[in-house]
Design a protein around this ligand. Sequence first.
Ligand SMILES: [Zn+2]
Length: 312
Amino acid sequence: MTTALITHDDCHGHVTPDGHPEQVARLHEVLRALENKDLLRREAPMADDATILLCHPLAHLEALNAAAPETGSVQLDADTHMSPGSLKAAYRAVGGAVQAVDMVLAGEVQNAFVATRPPGHHAEKQSPMGFCLFGNVAIAAKHALERHGLSRVAIVDFDVHHGNGTQDLLWDEARALFISSHEMPLYPGTGAQHEVGAHGQITNIPLSTGTDGGLYRKILTGRILPLIETFEPEMLFISAGFDAHKDDPLASLALETEDFGWITDQLCALAGRICGGRVVSCLEGGYNLPALGASAAAHVDALIAAGGSSLR
Ligand SMILES: [Zn+2]
């Protein structure tokens, strides 16, 4: 079994203002880091509106369509912008995540990495936010539940920022376990432990500034993995942000490149035991380009290794 890499050139068409950390060069860096790897490469299709409406109201789609500029750039909030290519990129980001679910559930691949942008985990139901327009991973999870009839899925978000958007989109969804670890205090300011979702299915794990890989590994094995195991998901999603890296300019955790490989190994090993190794990982943040490329490579190496060793 192999690992799919799903991406699309249109995702380079989402152009942010000069100096913006969520820049076109990020995806180039990730793809360059993955270029010699043994992956089944697929283009991300455009999602259709009905898929986006699994999580967002029509008003959100209409607002983004109305806001999309024909030239130049528009600013949607303090740090979220749209260029003429942004909407297409965002539809590809959702479409890629959904296709990853389809490929993994069809048994075409063991697992998949969706390398697209804009990222998704800050986008709330009616609010683009924090570089994100649509909640890519939440929509893909909902797609797995609603259209493939899965009973339970789990999402682990190890991006250094709280996945407030995923939390918002899945607040009432009892079938989706959502676990977010994140530095606190830090943008967006949510993600306290008392935020648990309508059914207690959300777990927030705030981390102190300076948390390193050693401590993170203990949290993963001591808290995150047992929660997933108890929930018995049929598919595991990863919101893979690499901005908890010690070199990241937007945050102050201290994970190293190899930590991302180790974390992914552990998640895949658990998935191998409880859900046939079915893992869909979506790129979120990561803003130091060399650290992003190296960490994404370590992550994907672990996905590939899991694909090679999983029994189905
Ligand atoms: Zn982030």
